[in-house]
Design a protein around this ligand. Structure first.
Ligand code: ADP
Ligand code: MG
Length: 245
């Protein structure tokens, strides 16, 4: 579902991602862990085209983006990738002037040009899936952070992405609201969604991820199954990280 080959990203002379090689298979749940500033968000943003690669290539949902392609070709590929990936951010970014349901169906109406009835039916199904159907006509400001984040997940799912990317989806939440969001993600994982999750929720990563990717200083230091990573990591860098959390 995802293959990156020497994927690199610099901002001017700051090298943030250094030749990242990663493969994620269909239905796999990968948790990306690592200290702050190590390039985790930048990596996710590259995967769905919010940032341009400055070196290497990637294939996302079968669509190739290569720094050797012309700018025009690359832009076309990134457009396609956007339609196949859903992203959920730390800040929920819901449209404040739209209701919960309107937020969820917006892309179906505007991008997919569905008629309203069909979009509403789909939207209601998605809201039921994340436990938010009772709030369909509420505005985001009237919801808790956990509720807003569940709506954001439903909104991302509306486009039927092949891959869901999560960037610290629970970091902005009060502790008592974290579980309701993690539970929705757990269900999504059970349903077979391919997921890449940047998170500081170690217990969740251990329980739900098929694989841990440990990133620091723009490099993947190690990849391992969760039990191995949390009990006996290979690298000193990972040992140091685990001691600090
Ligand atoms: P993480 O998500 O692991 O905390 P980030 O990917 O957000 O790390 O950031 C990695 C590095 O890239 C940091 O040094 C950050 O300051 C830098 N960075 C991120 N985005 C930009 C940007 N748009 N312009 C310049 N530097 C950036
Ligand atoms: Mg980040």
């Amino acid at each position: 579902m995802i293959i990156t080959n020497e994927l690199s990203k610099s901002f001017h002379n700051l090298e943030v991602l250094k030749k990242i090689d990663l493969q994620v298979n269909a239905g796999e749940v990968v948790a990306v862990l690592g200290p702050s500033g190590s390039g985790k968000s930048t990596f996710l943003r590259c995967l769905n085209g919010l940032e341009e690669l400055t070196g290497g290539r990637m294939t996302v949902s079968g669509i190739v983006v290569d720094t050797k392609q012309s700018k025009k070709e690359r832009a076309k590929q990134i457009q396609k990738i956007r339609l196949h990936t859903g992203m959920v951010f730390q800040q929920f970014n819901l449209y404040p002037h739209k209701t919960v349901l309107q937020n969820v169906i917006e892309a179906l109406l505007v991008v997919k040009k569905w008629n309203k009835e069909k979009a509403i039916e789909k939207g209601e199904n998605l809201l039921a899936r994340v436990g938010m159907i009772e709030k369909r006509d509420e505005y985001p400001s009237r919801l808790s952070g956990g509720q807003q984040q569940r709506v954001a997940i439903a909104r991302a799912l509306a486009m039927e992405p092949d891959i869901m990317l999560f960037d610290e989806p629970t970091s902005a939440l009060d502790p008592e609201l974290v579980d309701e969001v993690l539970n929705v993600m757990k269900q999504l994982a059970k349903d077979g969604m391919t997921m890449v999750i940047v998170t500081h929720e170690m217990q969740f990563a251990r329980e739900v991820a098929d694989r841990i990717v440990f990133m620091a200083d723009g490099i993947i230091y190690e990849q391992a199954d969760p039990e191995k990573f949390f009990t006996n990591p290979d690298t000193e860098r990972a040992k140091k990280f685990l001691k600090m959390i």
